[in-house]
Design a protein around this ligand. Structure first.
Ligand SMILES: Cc1ncc(COP(=O)(O)O)c(C=O)c1O
Length: 414
């Protein structure tokens, strides 16, 4: 466990809700029940105020100026990097690269680390992955001739670890897997995955978009080579995310985008590149967004993360209990220890229609493929609806969701 989480305070959902201004609003004449946090989470006042405060009080471009505002903004931006390093328990702050989000972070690794691979080298992915952790590797396959192998998913949504071990071999150069599925809520055994990958000499990347929100992540304990996440799911702003990369790996990797900030020297004949992390941050970075992410991390670290995890689990269980015995409901993803994401299909109703009817009750759920088409195919569905629970949801909201879904079903059965 990271040192940042050793002195927890008590978790109080009412107090937490009061910090999220948007939760006070009504939707279709009902109190908003926001169950779409896996797609993007709402923002606490601490994040809103940090961003507004920067714009009102101290803002300039970073790293280039010798004036007070430039120095203050650079310090705030680099403080956000330290916050990310603390969140993940990175070994050093230079191991944190800011990106626009998880998608860009994975694309960075696919371009840069990917350029060090040879045609025929193998990358192990899985059926559980979000398109963000599939498409960049497809593009590398098309460009570079690497071979993609996929770990199958068991009926409960867990990764088939026996199949994973069987896929690993001397040609495996990278394993890139989710730490928590955005569809099934499955939490993968990151330590075991990394240990097995390292045993064959492969590097390992985790897509931590969902896990970082619900788990205390320690990249050193996992022994991850790369770890990525997006700020907007972590109660921070859009347009910012991070890549953790082990220092010795980042040092070997070439830049993937060129421009200001990422160079050491440029002449008309030659260019030399900056050391990581700046080597991978071409152009003016998302400064305000980084400051907002830093605020989100500090805010989250002020909460009791173990209590949040217990609360989120209780919400998930309460919704399931409320739906018990409904034989028209199919839950996708029941792996032991899974996170608080409830994906489901309703017999005789399209997921889009389910989401639209729930919206009439003020309940926001997501419907579609969740950017995980191979996983939809694995479960033999074209789409599903998804209720995802966050720290600000209440047991009453879980009840309202279950009751409204049952009412919606009677609407579809007419
Ligand atoms: C597991 C997972 N990976 C990757 C992504 C992509 O994140 P972003 O769109 O913020 O880059 C998401 C977003 O839904 C996700 O849930």
């Amino acid at each position: 466990m990271s040192a940042l989480f050793r002195t927890p305070v008590t978790f109080d959902v009412g107090a937490v809700r009061a910090e999220f201004p948007i939760l006070a609003r009504q939707v279709n004449g009902r109190p908003l029940t926001y169950l779409d946090s896996a797609a993007s989470a709402q923002k606490p006042r601490a994040v809103i105020e940090a961003m507004v405060g920067a714009m009102e009080g101290s803002y300039a471009n970073v790293h280039r100026g010798l004036h007070t505002l430039a120095n203050e903004t650079t310090e705030a931006y680099e403080a956000a990097r330290r916050a990310v390093a603390g969140l993940l328990n990175a070994g050093s702050v230079e191991e944190i690269v800011f990106t626009r989000g998880a998608t860009e972070a994975i694309n960075l690794v696919a371009h840069s680390f990917g350029s060090l691979l040879q045609p025929g080298d193998e990358i192990v992915l899985s059926e559980l992955e979000h398109h963000a952790n599939l498409v960049p590797w497809h593009m590398l396959r098309e460009r570079w001739g690497v071979v993609l192998r996929h770990v199958p998913v068991l009926d409960d949504g867990a990764l088939d670890m026996a199949a994973y071990h069987a896929l690993l071999g001397p040609k495996t150069k990278l394993v890139a897997l989710t730490h928590m599925s955005n569809v099934t809520g499955t939490i993968t055994d990151a330590r075991a995955i990394a240990a097995a990958a390292h045993a064959v000499g492969a590097k390992v990347l985790f897509d931590g978009c969902q896990a970082v929100v619900h788990e205390v992540v320690d990249v050193q304990a996992i022994d991850a080579d790369f770890y990525v996440f997006s700020g907007h799911k972590l109660y921070g702003p859009t347009g910012i995310g991070a890549l953790y990369g082990k220092a010795e790996l980042l040092a070997q990797m070439p830049p993937w985008q060129g421009g200001g900030e990422m160079i050491a020297n440029v002449s008309l004949d030659a260019v030399t590149y900056a050391e990581p992390p700046h080597r991978f941050e071409a152009g003016t970075p998302p400064i305000l967004e980084a400051i907002g992410l830093g605020a989100a991390i500090h805010w989250l670290q002020g909460q009791d993360r173990a209590a949040i995890a217990a609360h989120e689990h209780a919400l998930y269980q309460r919704a399931l209990d409320g739906l018990a015995g409904q034989n028209w409901l199919r839950v996708i993803g029941t792996a032991p220890g899974k996170g608080s994401i409830l994906s489901f299909t309703v017999e005789g109703a399209h997921a889009h229609d389910v989401a639209q009817i729930l919206d009439r009750y003020g309940i926001a759920v997501r419907a579609g493929t969740h950017c995980a088409e191979p996983l939809m195919q694995r479960f033999g569905v074209t789409s599903s609806a998804r209720a995802s629970f966050a720290l600000y949801n209440t047991l009453d909201e879980a009840d309202r969701f279950a009751e409204s879904l049952i009412k919606s079903k009677s609407f579809f059965s007419r």
